[in-house]
Design a binder for this molecule. Structure first.
Ligand code: SAH
Length: 493
């Protein structure tokens, strides 16, 4: 039985702009045949064992000829494979999708099409230009600046100048002078707004604005390179830029927490414009095998100390297993390392007596010492650091530690991620992540100094939140993204 080929539009570049149908097919395909303009982030959606064939790569400077691509698609399908033919933008807009469709069907290969967001509209929109606007344009013409091999590129400038509305030129980075000359020669005013959008919707996106008379020179001095498109017409004077409102736009941020707190953190990051990848790197699970736990007797400690929300969760599981409930601890005071842990306790009807001003173990120990604590029981992860016990010992307080759960995730196959930031809320998350993923060039955003230390040890450049909370991690990232954007802008000017 033959396989089948799906012609899939990848959109302008950002994986978020690929259709769900396209992503779904891509994640199942046996083979993916892709063009030059398909971004690596999108290819990461393919199965790790899928055959990836780059037909945009040049041997010399020419991409693989169309006949050869047709041959590759037919061969893969005849081998019984589910093939995704992935094209930038929309497969039928200057994408040769129609030619491939006809060839495949004539060879008896089943074909399907998944439209994509064309860069002609989508990349322009990302660059701040709506291709129509009731005040400026009620039609859009999309023009290629490439001719079929063997013929020369000769647009009908008179017709284009006469049609009015918006003109969008694709593949025209090196033809801007010609476009301007052609349109001015055909009667358009030199002062007609014109803009060039480079890498619309992708990292490094830039929009250069000017007029028909100035745009070629402006683009040249700005060093605009492919992929870029030119927009001519009143809409090119608009600048519907949203990047300042979304400082994390263009950043890919990995959240390494599990199902319990990933959605809220991921939601906050996405609200500020980030593209979020959730890759759980801890696997919290109960382990009540510590001999310390079997020796535990309620009523022996003045304070019960919780250093994580998971700690609270597993404490109650353990109580239930013991056949106890909170009445066994009547009279004990309760300390939580930070607000998330406190919330978990309060959700179970407990009033938290102490949360330190700075949410980490060292400050928790300090706050307990200030209360002249004589004895405390800490319910924690097996992998917890010794900061709390060390600091408590220094203040002469007895701290008994009761490990209740393990965080560490076992190794698996190592995959690669394109990301700008990986967020870590514990050293165990750093270890779990590194065991499974490579994220070349990504920096680590850490919840506190101990986590940062682990991340540095494992090769990350780090930034540490002021407070140990997801809110504070988000704030640190926003602050940094804003200042880095400002520096970039300064450099560009
Ligand atoms: N089928 C594609 C177009 C292929 S032609 C589509 O529907 O978008 C390739 C041209 O598209 C490039 O030379 C450039 O002019 C334009 N293009 C593609 N991606 C772009 C992007 N992210 N930003 C600006 N222009 C882009």
């Amino acid at each position: 039985m033959t396989g089948a080929v799906w012609l899939v539009g990848a959109g302008p570049g950002d994986p978020g702009l690929l259709t769900r149908r396209g992503a779904d097919l891509l994640s199942r395909a046996d083979a993916v045949v892709f063009d030059r303009l398909v971004s690596p982030e999108i290819l990461e959606l393919a199965r790790p064992d899928a055959e990836l064939i780059d037909v945009g790569k040049s041997s010399g400077s020419h991409p693989v000829p169309q006949e050869e691509i047709n041959g590759i698609l037919v061969r893969l399908a005849q081998e019984g494979k589910a093939v995704v033919r992935l094209k930038g933008g929309d497969p039928y807009l200057f994408g040769r999708g129609g030619e491939e469709f006809s060839h495949l069907t004539s060879c008896g290969v089943p074909v399907g099409v998944v439209p994509g967001i064309t860069s002609a509209f989508g990349a322009a929109a990302c660059g701040g230009i709506p291709v129509t606007h009731r005040d400026f344009a009620s039609s859009v013409t999309v023009i290629t600046c490439h001719a079929k091999r063997g013929s020369s590129w000769k647009p009908d400038w008179k017709a284009l100048a006469a049609v009015g509305g918006t003109l969008v030129f694709l593949m025209g980075t090196s033809a801007l002078e010609e476009i301007a000359e052609g349109l001015i020669g055909a009667g358009l005013d030199e002062s007609t707004p014109a803009a060039v959008v480079e890498r619309g919707g992708m990292k490094g996106e830039r929009t250069v604005r000017g007029t028909l008379g100035s745009i070629a020179g402006l683009a040249r001095s700005a060093g605009v390179a492919s992929p870029a498109l030119a927009v001519v017409g009143g809409v090119a004077s608009l600048n519907l830029d949203f990047s300042d409102m979304l400082p994390l736009k263009d950043l890919t941020v990995v959240v390494t927490r599990g199902a319990s707190d990933a959605p809220r953190f991921a939601g906050t990051l996405a609200r500020w414009g980030a593209r979020v990848l959730v890759r759980p790197s801890i696997d919290p699970r109960a382990d009540f095998s510590s001999p310390a736990l079997s020796d535990f007797r309620p009523g022996q400690h003045e304070w019960l100390v919780f250093t994580s929300a998971h700690g609270v969760e597993f404490f109650f599981q353990w109580l239930a297993q013991k056949g106890w409930d909170v009445r066994a601890f009547a009279g004990a005071k309760i300390a939580a390392v930070g607000p998330a842990t406190a919330r978990e306790l309060e959700a179970r009807g407990l009033i938290v007596d102490l949360v330190p001003d700075v949410f980490d173990s060292a400050h928790l120990a300090e706050a307990l010492a200030a209360r002249k604590t004589s004895s405390a029981a800490a319910f924690r992860a097996w992998e917890a650091t010794d900061v709390l016990s060390r600091e408590m010992a220094r203040s002469g307080c007895r701290l008994d530690e009761y490990p209740l759960y393990r965080n560490e995730m076992d190794g698996g196959e190592v995959g690669s991620l394109s990301a700008d930031w990986v967020t870590f809320a514990s050293p165990s998350a750093v270890r779990g992540f590194v065991r499974r993923w490579k994220a070349p060039g990504a920096r680590a955003l850490c919840i506190g100094p101990t986590t940062a230390e682990e991340a540095q040890k494992l090769g990350f450049q780090t930034v540490t939140a002021r407070q140990a909370s997801f809110e504070s991690m988000t704030a640190a990232l926003l602050e940094l993204a804003r200042s880095e954007k400002a520096t970039q802008k300064e450099r560009a000017n």
